[in-house]
Design a protein around this ligand. Structure first.
Ligand SMILES: NC(=O)c1ccc[n+]([C@@H]2O[C@H](COP(=O)([O-])OP(=O)(O)OC[C@H]3O[C@@H](n4cnc5c(N)ncnc54)[C@H](OP(=O)(O)O)[C@@H]3O)[C@@H](O)[C@H]2O)c1
Length: 483
């Protein structure tokens, strides 16, 4: 409370200088990028970034796998990677990202307020009353589902939950995936997230120990009995949704037995056509073929195993007879591809079925956004509406398209006079936000308080030869931020 009041009095000093009040919800790469562009394009704008977590950086903190090598990359390439659907995002130097994002957060016309949740701390309609422009850049915090029987059994998690668990996201620190009842895990989906989680399950833990992986996850992985991972796709190797760097990385795990059936590698003319049109698909297919050709026929003792399974779609999850409401396997229907042109071959069931026994399943079939009251939402696709909404309350944007387009839309609407209310209708912006949070006893965590969390994490990390030891509970994060 005290902190909110201090922030409030400080920010009143600059109250009337910034006629354009912009609020960005979400402090991941899209949020920071949009903030940076807005500050540059609109000298009269004051930008506030809010996030429900006390920590900024979204995906960069809780989505990127901890074992991904750090390479020198520029801010621009990080943003480009984000724009290109995060592909290659792992090549970020965390420190560089933080430096670049820090500069934005510490800009005199920009502020970060963590621990402010859209929906519970403040509603969308309140934000729209406080700001001329509200940009929703809070990403995809939920999971796509199969809608098949058994999906709620214990032992089945979404890959997002698993990723948040090993990355120390406070919402998933208590996930406790059972890595001890079984030696077999099934991962459904063959995108880069699926490869990330397969790698974390199979990689020798001594290679993870010096990363910023959450210590609860490292401890559990050190004791894990999982030796065999099935990576299952509903289509073929030509359609695998991963990219080459990530594939090479998982295939390169030390002492790993890789199994790919030669029969699955047979290409159809439609596959050839697809590969002609996509270098990535061609390279992924070549890598899989090479791995199949060079693999030994059987695993040797002590080897961990990665099985690529193609042309299978889950029909239902099987319940254990010994352990009620726990998963004991996945019942798959074999598929064949029905083609309607390159890139459009779809998997259809053949009526033949087969089971894979396992006690752990990770569903890695994509993320989806969470709906927010007051915003049109496509429930089928799990997406916020892309359309820009302008009304007397202000402009509302979301950034599932390129953040640059979002900023361009703001400029365009200002030029067209669609936001004429800016001159005729001043908005309270930051001051109003802080007053409202104060009334609700919500403690906003400014960037300077995140820096306190950061320094605690770095100090704890240095004791264990890690870049940082993430604080993983709300309580610890808030304590570090406010003391
Ligand atoms: N290291 C990195 O650079 C990195 C790391 C993580 C994520 N990312 C990026 O983040 C984005 C999201 O990745 P993602 O892996 O979550 O999603 P994704 O790339 O869209 O892959 C989703 C996978 O799930 C399958 N799938 C979807 N619906 C299904 C269903 N109903 N039944 C069976 N299978 C289904 C897809 O198969 P179909 O193709 O048949 O639909 C595909 O194999 C991607 O752009 C990815 O490249 C990058």
């Amino acid at each position: 409370m005290y902190q909110a009041r201090t922030l409030l009095s400080r920010s009143f000093a600059s109250l009337s200088n910034y006629p354009l009040r912009v609020c960005i919800v979400g402090s991941g790469p899209a949020g920071f990028y949009t903030a940076e562009k807005t500050l540059k394009a609109h000298q009269e704008a004051q930008v506030d970034i809010i996030d429900r977590l006390p920590t900024p950086f979204g995906l960069v903190r809780s989505g990127v796998a901890p074992d991904h090598p750090e390479k020198q990359r520029s801010f621009t390439s990080i943003l480009l990677a984000f724009i290109l659907n995060y592909s290659g995002l792992y090549q970020i130097v965390f420190a560089i990202v933080i430096n670049q994002f820090s500069r934005v957060a510490q800009h005199e016309r920009c502020s970060f307020f963590g621990n402010v949740s859209l929906g519970s701390s403040i509603s969308l309609s309140e934000l729209r009353q406080l700001y001329h422009v509200v940009v929703l850049a809070y990403g995809a915090e939920s999971d796509r589902v199969f809608h098949i029987p058994g999906e709620d059994l214990f032992g089945i998690h979404s890959a997002r939950e698993f990723v948040w668990w090993y990355n120390g996201h406070p919402d998933c620190r208590n996930l406790n995936p059972d890595l001890k009842s079984t030696d077999t895990a099934v991962i459904l989906g063959q995108g880069n997230v699926a490869l990330d989680v397969a790698r974390i399950l199979l990689r020798p833990t001594e290679e993870l120990a010096t990363t910023d992986i959450a210590s609860h996850a490292l401890n559990a992985l050190e004791e894990s009995y999982i030796r065999k991972v099935y990576l299952v796709g509903r289509r073929g190797p030509v359609q695998a949704a991963c990219t080459t760097k990530e594939l090479r990385e998982v295939l390169g795990i030390k002492n790993l037995f890789v199994n790919i059936k030669e029969a699955d590698l047979v290409k159809t003319p439609a596959d050839e056509e697809e590969m002609k049109n996509s270098r990535i698909q061609r390279r992924v297919y070549e890598l899989l073929s090479k791995a199949a050709a060079s693999a030994s026929s059987q695993s040797s003792s002590g080897q961990r195993e990665l099985h690529f399974v193609f042309f299978r779609k889950p029909d239902c999850f099987l319940e254990s007879e010994k352990k009620v409401i726990h998963v004991s396997g996945v019942h798959f229907e074999k598929t064949a591809l029905k083609g309607v042109g390159p890139g459009k071959q779809v998997a259809v069931g053949t009526g033949e079925f087969e089971d894979i026994d396992c006690r752990m399943v990770l569903k890695s079939i994509g993320y989806k956004s969470v709906p927010v009251n007051g915003l049109p939402f496509d429930h089928r696709k799990g997406k916020k509406q892309k359309r820009i909404i302008v009304d007397q309350l202000g402009l509302l944007l979301q950034t599932s398209t390129v953040p640059e387009e979002t900023v361009a839309s703001i400029s365009e609407d200002l030029e067209k006079g669609m936001l004429s209310s800016i001159s005729s209708l001043p908005k309270p912006g930051r001051e109003g936000l802080l007053q409202l949070l104060d009334r609700r006893d919500v403690i906003p965590i400014p960037y300077s308080s995140w820096e306190k969390i950061d320094s605690v994490e770095r100090r704890l990390g240095s004791l264990r030869n890690k870049p940082r030891e993430k604080l993983t509970s709300w309580e610890d994060l808030l304590k570090a931020a406010t003391t």
